[in-house]
Design a protein around this ligand. Structure first.
Ligand SMILES: [Zn+2]
Length: 493
């Protein structure tokens, strides 16, 4: 007997449905998960899921999110804990094994140096490959490239020609070539710190944005100005780069907006929102603190800094010792060089940025080799401080909004240029098993200005690519599951 084509189609559909059921049922029933995170409150900012679920992991990927029990080779009991996507830090200068330990304790699974960046993308990734506790990534940086091309004696930030000399046409062309090369070699973004390279002309900035636009990369900018008085306010600083973004088509990400805006922070956020409404790809971030931090020898402290920022010597804390500065120690230490903590951000400005749903969270951690024991606490405590202090204690935003600002939004910022981020920042079947499990009643930052090198507490379990790096609140030693978070490589050597 011959089936009509109608019946044949119906038969094939029935076979397909049966086979898909046959595939999906045993996955949950078999003991084939590497790890099961059981009974946790799963919160996923993308889907809005906020419910008790069991999460099954196989081969570093999330393979099941189920209300039914799952069986696995190992099992984490997450009862009364929140199971969230691992935190993605867009702005972290501390990219050493030591700094990664603090970040893992703070729930960070992907740590990115996108503001300063590097001048050698291949070397930067090669230095960390197979040796990292958490995932890592970098931008091609205008600051280090300018330091190389113009020549500068500075260690991290420019102190000589890269800060104070205008580029010749040949130097500008060489900078463009190196920036382009970095993006071809898989840099996640372009980084800029215009305040540290004040001699970079307006046109130089537009040219660099043009290079980023060609590769669809976002430009992560520390603005040229962050003062209190016109014409050197954050408003003037943001105008320059919104114009460059509009002119070239590059995406713009304004880093640490509250230390750029100071009392004008709400206005700066309004300008980001306005640019978004006009269809520009402009985003921003903040760290949840009222102090900034940078190198004392940098151009930020060139003549007139007290007037520009509305602060004086006493508002600076020397990271090497914790002492507050005087005119005399300022002069000495500026010659010597090193980090200072700068008490300059009004509390209302910090809160405005922390609470605003369009402002992402990024630490701007500064645990660099030799930076001193009294550094800014932000690299060690940013994410737990958001969850413990601002969500639980101060209640200035809800938990899901906070998680969105720390997970999904940073992933979305990068995923067009770097598709690897399409599978990060989400608790979704098929996503990377970068997962942070914390106690919402206890999570809190411990790092303070007096004692900054303290692990956060209440972050109970952290998975990086399916491997536990924090277990029961303690670091798992001797494992390196972190992988390169890198954009596609477009050209060979
Ligand atoms: Zn900065």
């Amino acid at each position: 007997m011959k089936l009509s084509s109608y019946f044949r189609a119906a038969f094939l559909i029935a076979v397909y449905l049966l086979s898909s059921i046959a595939i999906s049922v045993p996955i949950n029933a078999q003991e084939n998960f590497d790890v099961v995170i059981a009974n946790g409150r799963v919160m996923d900012p993308e889907s809005g899921l906020d419910a008790v679920r069991n999460v099954g992991i196989i081969g570093g990927k999330i393979q099941a999110i189920s209300a039914e029990p799952l069986k696995g080779k190992s099992r984490i009991d997450a009862k009364s804990l929140v199971v969230a996507p691992g935190f993605i830090d867009l702005h972290e200068h501390g990219q050493t094994p030591e700094a990664y330990r603090y970040q893992a304790h703070d729930g960070v699974t992907t740590s990115l140096e996108l503001e300063a960046g590097t001048d050698d993308v291949d070397k930067w990734y090669a230095d960390r490959e197979g040796k990292a506790l958490i995932n890592f990534g970098v931008s091609i940086g205008h600051i280090p490239v300018r330091m190389k091309v113009i020549g500068d004696p500075g260690k991290f930030l420019p102190t000589g020609g890269a800060a104070h000399l205008e580029a010749t046409p040949e130097q500008l062309a060489e900078m463009e070539r190196r920036m382009e090369r970095g993006l071809q070699r898989g840099a996640l973004a372009m980084g800029m710190g215009i305040t540290y390279t004040p001699a970079a002309s307006r046109w130089e900035i537009v040219e660099m944005f043009g290079v980023a636009a060609k590769y669809g990369a976002s430009v992560h900018v520390h603005l040229r100005y962050s003062g209190l008085k016109e014409p050197e306010t954050g408003l003037a600083g943001i105008e320059e780069v919104i114009a460059a973004a509009a002119d070239t088509g590059a995406a713009l990400h304004v880093v640490h907006i509250s230390s750029m805006g100071l009392k004008y922070t709400p206005q700066l956020i309004a300008m980001v929102a306005g640019a978004q409404k006009r269809g520009l790809d402009v985003t921003t971030e903040c760290y949840p603190y009222t102090a900034a931090s940078t190198d004392l020898e940098s151009a930020l402290f060139d003549e007139g800094w007290q007037d520009r920022m509305g602060i004086s010597y006493h508002d600076l804390q020397w990271a090497a010792t914790g002492e507050r500065l005087t005119a005399e120690t300022f002069a000495n230490y500026r010659k010597q060089g090193g980090e200072v903590v700068i008490f300059v951000i009004p509390d209302e400005a910090a809160r405005a940025a922390v609470a605003n749903p369009i402002v992402m969270i990024a630490s701007d951690g500064v645990q660099l080799p030799g930076s001193g024991p009294k550094i800014h606490p932000r690299g060690q405590g940013t994410f737990s401080r958001m969850l413990g202090h601002y969500v639980r204690e101060e209640k200035i935003l809800d938990l899901m909004t906070a998680l969105r600002k720390m997970t999904l939004m940073p992933a979305q910022r990068l995923e067009k240029h770097a598709p690897i981020f399409q599978d990060k920042g989400r608790i979704r079947v098929g996503a990377d098993a970068d997962i942070t499990v914390f106690d919402p009643d206890k999570v809190i930052d411990k790092a303070t200005y007096e004692e900054p090198l303290q692990y956060s507490s209440g972050i109970q379990f952290v998975f990086v690519n399916g491997t536990l790096v924090v277990e029961d609140g303690k670091l798992v030693e001797g494992i390196f599951p972190g992988r390169a978070a890198r954009a596609p490589i477009l050209s060979t050597k």
